[in-house]
Design a protein around this ligand. Structure first.
Ligand SMILES: [Ca+2]
Ligand SMILES: [Ca+2]
Ligand SMILES: [Ca+2]
Length: 184
């Protein structure tokens, strides 16, 4: 078991190295702009919603808010996505959901993400949203704080699967892009 773990860790490290090479190739200037970021992550501009989503991702990684990702920010992002622990990933997801950055999620912010990502056809986004609030909003004030979010996600598998969808989706697209780039 232990061996398997270190094996996958090595794979991730190799992937991160590959993605670093991609970064150098894509932007020798050392500053990655939004349109380059979109290209690396394979976002076609056909969908306005998808495009907005990747913009949110981009800004969540731009820690010094200069509208470019430098190499350190880029590596931190990859590290989080490919190797971050559950808590880090959830914190990052929360940041992604919190569009106005006030540290709380309201219904609108949640429903926006659910609409973008859900593939569940048995419930409407509004129903999913209600259920999440029911399970996660402990003090029933209509806002989900980071600690409610973290606790709720770790307590309930259904909520967890919904909330961490973010990371999985991004993960897959990075891995896909990664192997495409590196092979050629
Ligand atoms: Ca930056
Ligand atoms: Ca908010
Ligand atoms: Ca609350």
């Amino acid at each position: 078991m232990g061996q398997e773990e270190s094996h996958s860790e090595e794979m991730d490290l190799a992937q991160i190295q590959d993605l670093c090479l991609t970064f150098m190739k894509e932007c020798p200037s050392g500053a990655l702009h939004l349109h380059e970021f979109k290209r690396i992550f394979g976002v076609a501009s056909s969908s306005a919603e998808e495009s907005l989503y990747i913009e949110t991702v981009f800004h969540s990684f731009d820690t010094n808010k200069d509208n470019t990702l430098d190499f350190i920010e880029y590596v931190a992002a990859l590290h989080l996505i490919l190797r971050g622990n559950l808590e880090d990933r959830l914190k990052w997801s929360f940041k992604m959901y919190d569009k106005d950055g006030n540290g709380k999620l309201d219904r609108q912010e949640l429903i926006y993400k659910i609409k973008l990502q859900t593939t569940d056809v048995s419930m409407t986004p509004s129903e999913i949203c209600d259920r999440i609030f029911e399970l996660v909003d402990q003090n029933n004030d209509g806002q989900i704080t980071l600690s409610e979010f973290m606790e709720g996600a770790q307590k309930d598998e259904w909520v967890m699967n919904l909330l961490k969808l973010d990371v999985n989706a991004t993960d897959v697209s990075i891995r896909k892009r990664c192997s495409e780039k590196v092979c050629c």
